[in-house]
Design a binder for this molecule. Sequence first.
Ligand SMILES: [Zn+2]
Ligand SMILES: [Zn+2]
Length: 217
Amino acid sequence: MLYYPDARNFHPRTKAALAGFGRCESCGGPLSSDRLRCVKQSRHWGIWIAEDSALEQIELLMGEEKRRNKNRQRAERRMEAMSQLPGVHRRSDLKAIFQAQDGRCFYCGVAIDQKSARRDHLEPLNAARSSNWPSNIVFACFPCNRDKSDMSPNAYWRLIEKRLGSAWVKEQKARNAAVTEIARQLTKQRKAQLTAHHLTAARSATRRKRRAAEAGR
Ligand SMILES: [Zn+2]
Ligand SMILES: [Zn+2]
């Protein structure tokens, strides 16, 4: 017999599966599949699993649950790290960069479409030089995005060189020159806009202060 007092935080799919095996701890009644609560008494918490034959399936479910949590935590950490980086880019910047790449992975050149393409930070999120400026964003195929992970761009190019040869990498870098140039220009625009925005904000703050001082006199 198993007991899962913390089941309320599980993924809906896990909950639904557990409900089928479980019974209310207090009254032995059936459980609702969405909340794992006793169907008869909503204040009854906790479940027990009545059938030993279900144990193997439950272990599988628990493994899935753990993996899901780990993936979610990793994604959350990445989002957090990304939000800490300096720089901004717009959706239109991403579109321009994607178009400049001509439907190919920035690193290995394999064909990618909008759906399969992964947004990749050239300087990885944990690097001191990393940023969210357009010049640090490229599109990669899923394997490249996964394999590059925390590598610097140079380290990853060396890896590609081993796979595809130095001549190929040289060609690919020449193809990427147009992408880099567009991203550089977009970055310049975004930086200028940000500066202009800060200047405007600073000026209106000064005006507000002056007006407040005049009103106080
Ligand atoms: Zn009950
Ligand atoms: Zn690739």
